[in-house]
Write a protein that binds this ligand. Structure first.
Ligand code: GLV
Ligand code: MG
Length: 307
């Protein structure tokens, strides 16, 4: 499998409407870890067909650097999905890393996309598995089926929570998806975020939080991002370039935790050998193999973020 982007950083995932040349060109200058060009809800119905070609051309002709490059197609409950995928994959060339599938409700929706991508890769001379899949979990049915969805295809790279559509699907008493509900005693999305996280990690996938729609409220964004970052999420969507720095910062380990993780790994390595691994002291704390695993994941995340 050749998915280049599987383990790349996705702290900030910039959403860019596929109907606007100006927004697409601006995205090239924004330090987001990932960019996805949208054919779905940010594009007016009258512009959706034209957006396919614009998005494909942009991916083919611009230098996207190292960032993850993705296109969100329309969901399988529209008549658009199949031709979205065919036109984008055929026109974009090998720099397209992934297709994002919205409103995934059942695993067979991912299987269907996988089969189409397999045919297209064969036709276009791309390595099998070159194009990864991101699956958005944003309906109650999608959440109920999330474990089966997470293992539906070896192309899957991430599960993505969609708080706006999810709020509509749940009939939550809110009008701003992703924002806290002040009257609710706690985080009304805690269960949802946790369930998606567990399904994703069990399947070896990254897990991404969706948009925060009050784009000028950077403090609100930070608070919203911390809720998922402190559960272990890899990143979150940015709907506007000003949100990107906050996200890059929030989903990177703090220097203090990173340094401590590296020190734990060093201490554990020195105090044990591969056939004699057990509990050892690290300062006034006892560490063992589980501590090493925690530290290893954390150190890896920090190194990927350039620490
Ligand atoms: C994103 O697509 C959302 O619905 O929140
Ligand atoms: Mg949505």
């Amino acid at each position: 499998m050749g998915a280049r982007s599987r383990d790349l950083l996705r702290r900030s995932c910039l959403a860019v409407p596929g109907s606007s040349d100006r927004f697409i060109e601006r995205a090239l200058t924004i330090p987001a870890d990932m960019v996805f060009l949208d054919l779905e809800d940010s594009v007016a119905p009258s512009e959706k067909l034209e957006a396919r070609g614009r998005v494909a051309r942009a991916i083919r002709s611009f230098d996207w650097g190292e960032r993850v490059v993705c296109v969100r197609v329309n969901a399988w409950d529209t008549p658009l999905t199949l031709r979205d995928v065919i036109e984008v994959v055929t026109g974009a060339g090998p720099r397209l890393d992934e297709i994002m599938l919205p409103k995934v409700q059942r695993p067979d929706e991912v299987v269907a996309l996988d089969l189409v991508l397999t045919q297209l890769e064969a036709e276009l001379g791309l390595e099998r598995g070159h194009i990864g899949i991101e699956a958005q979990i944003e309906t109650t049915r999608g959440l109920i089926n999330v474990e089966a969805i997470a293992t539906a295809s070896s192309r899957l790279e991430t599960l993505v929570f969609g708080p706006a559509d999810f709020s509509a699907s749940m009939q939550l008493p809110v009008l701003t998806g992703g924002a806290a509900i002040p009257e609710y005693p706690g985080d009304h999305f805690h269960y949802v975020l946790s369930k998606i996280l567990m399904a994703a990690r069990t399947a070896g996938l990254q897990v991404i939080d969706g948009p925060f729609l009050r784009i000028h409220d950077l403090e609100g964004l930070k608070a919203s991002a911390l809720r998922s970052a402190m559960l272990g999420y890899d990143g979150k969507w940015a709907l506007h370039p000003t949100q990107v720095d906050v996200l890059n910062d929030t989903y990177r380990p703090s220097q203090e935790l990173f340094d401590r993780a590296v020190a734990i790994l060093d201490a554990y390595e020195q105090a044990t050998t591969s056939d004699r691994r057990g509990a050892v002291m690290f300062g006034d704390e006892m560490i063992d193999e589980a501590s090493r695993k925690m530290a290893e994941k954390f150190a890896l995340r920090g190194r990927r973020a350039g620490m």
